[in-house]
Design a protein around this ligand. Structure first.
Ligand code: FB9
Length: 498
């Protein structure tokens, strides 16, 4: 609590006003011989008292004062007068004159020349500076000593010569308010039972409610920015008619994470450098046999128009448990369900947003886990145009309109495209995801009808959250080093607004 304003100062001001009607805080300060700030503090506490004892308006006083240089000129003469004074009868070399005259000699010399006080005698070598007039009047100095008489033109000129500066000081003009009194009666801030019972409340003065006062922010939970962005993504998918896939299984069988997605067993992503394999339980539970058979076949000898990979597919490899490396494994499970529904295939739109794990080299934007956002659409006759159209609609809802697509390779989609957007804030094109049409070697063994195509795309949750919240290092977003204040003060997230 700052040092309380001595109540008598408030009373002194009120008493002063009793007779003066109105006053200026700067004048009062001089009069009371008290710092101006104290007066302002006292006025503020009278204002905060609750009743309108005073009317207060802030006024700005513009005053012209001499600058340091101006004071020097007023004290010891203008630069030109000093230069003139330094010119001896017999004249003096210009260089010597300027050297002797200090920092302002140059200005002074040109002013003295322009005033016609000096002239340069070039008839001698070196040329000599000589006096042109016997005496001078240092008008500048004169004028700076009596500012009040100066014309606006001169004032402006001296301001330009940085001899004068305009100072603006703020003060308070105070006058009696509608509830003026010379005493600050203590205002009650609480209506107590006793006051009511005794009826005393009728004599008392109560402090007015200040409805502008900000309430104390209740300590409350706060959603982590990632969860706010997840909510926005969910909203977008639901608006586009997608339903969310269950993703509550971080541990996945290699079969669903890789084999079902037609990712060959010797693919580099399948070794422990990229994937976290589970030691206990090392192997998964039972897999749907006939489907496993079809997957084994398509890997080894192909089918559905594919040559396959031509290697001996191992069930043991497919049974290895791992931490899923993408939620596309979840899509595989759901597409298999869709293909084997009791009532046969029906068009479907699924999405998932959950954690995936990759044994990657850690850097400012990569951790060993991130949240993948994925969308898949299964329907007869879908084309690449449908995928591009859907991506435009999806990213439009993310507030992103300019998209570019770059062909890429994924083991489970053909054609595949990386998605780029032009990000106005970052003023550059950034990669915002990956997409493609799932290969027949993936969808056909599942039992999906031959005319059904499945589109898919994916991105991360962390990247858009970092861009949205202006976070450059992923460790400031997730992990032990996160500043909870960042979470507490995180603004609401509207992806479609900048
Ligand atoms: O999120 C990514 N970038 C991104 C996304 C949004 C964004 O929002 C800003 C407000 C505008 C900013 C950036 N990326 C995908 C692109 C890169 O960051 C990339 O370097 C990192 N990627 C992750 C994988 O890293 C190995 C992001 C992650 C990713 C990549 C691909 C998929 C999912 C996540 C996929 C897929 C897929 C493809 C076909 C079919 C089904 C799924």
């Amino acid at each position: 609590m700052s040092n309380p304003v001595p109540s008598e100062l408030t009373e002194r001001i009120l008493l002063h006003l009793e007779s003066a009607e109105q006053a200026d805080s700067l004048r009062l300060a001089e009069q009371f011989g008290i710092e101006h700030q104290k007066i302002v503090g006292a006025v503020k506490s009278i204002q905060a008292h609750g009743e309108r004892l005073l009317d207060v308006e802030s006024v700005t006083h513009k005053s012209l004062t001499l600058t340091e240089e101006g004071q020097a000129v007023a004290q010891s003469g203008s630069h030109e007068a000093n230069v003139y004074a330094a010119v001896p009868e017999q004249g003096i070399g210009q260089a010597e004159l300027l050297a002797a005259g200090g920092g302002n000699a140059k200005v002074g010399f040109s002013k003295a020349m322009s005033q016609g006080w000096l002239w340069l005698d070039k008839s001698v070598q070196p040329p000599l500076v000589r006096r042109k007039v016997a005496t001078i009047v240092d008008q500048v100095r004169e004028q700076l000593l009596q500012l009040a008489k100066l014309s606006d033109k001169d004032l402006a000129d001296y301001k330009k010569r940085k001899l004068l500066q305009e100072l603006s000081t703020k003060s308070l003009r105070i006058s009696k308010g509608p509830e003026f009194s010379t005493t600050l009666t203590k205002l009650e801030t609480d209506l107590t039972m006793e006051m009511l019972a005794s009826g005393q409340w009728q004599q008392l003065k109560f402090k007015a409610y200040n409805f502008d006062a900000l309430g104390a922010t209740p300590t409350r939970g706060q959603l982590h920015p990632l969860l706010k962005v997840r909510t926005e993504f969910r909203q977008i998918f639901l608006e586009m008619g997608f339903s969310e896939m269950a993703t509550n299984n971080y541990v996945e069988a290699s079969f669903w994470n890789f084999d079902a997605l037609f990712q060959p067993q010797q693919h580099p992503a399948r070794d422990a450098h990229d994937t976290f394999f589970i030691k206990q339980p090392a192997l998964c539970g039972p897999l749907p046999n006939d489907y496993v058979q079809r997957v084994s076949t398509v890997h080894s000898v192909g089918g559905y128009g594919s040559l396959g990979y031509g290697y001996k597919w191992q069930l043991a490899e497919a049974q290895k448990n791992l931490l899923r490396t993408h939620t596309t494994a979840v899509s595989a499970r759901n597409l298999f369900q869709l293909a084997n529904r009791a009532y046969g295939f029906k068009p479907a739109k699924y999405f998932s947003i959950d954690k995936v794990f990759r044994n990657e080299t850690l850097d400012a934007t990569h951790l060993a886990e991130f949240h993948q956002v994925e969308g898949v659409i299964a329907q007869a006759g879908l084309t690449l145009a449908d995928l591009i159209g859907t991506l435009h609609e999806f990213f439009r809802k993310l507030g992103i309109s300019q998209l570019r697509f770059k062909p890429t390779y994924n083991p489970y989609t053909e054609p595949s495209m990386e998605i780029y957007c032009y990000h106005g804030g970052l003023a550059k094109w950034i990669e915002v995801g990956n997409s493609g049409i799932f290969r027949p070697e993936l969808v056909r063994p599942m039992g999906l009808p031959p005319d059904v195509n499945v589109l898919g795309w994916g991105l991360s949750l962390e990247r858009p959250t970092m861009v949205k919240y202006g976070i450059n290092n992923i460790r400031d977003l997730v992990g032990p080093k996160v500043d909870l204040k960042m979470v507490e003060d995180g603004p609401i997230c509207r992806l479609d607004r900048d």
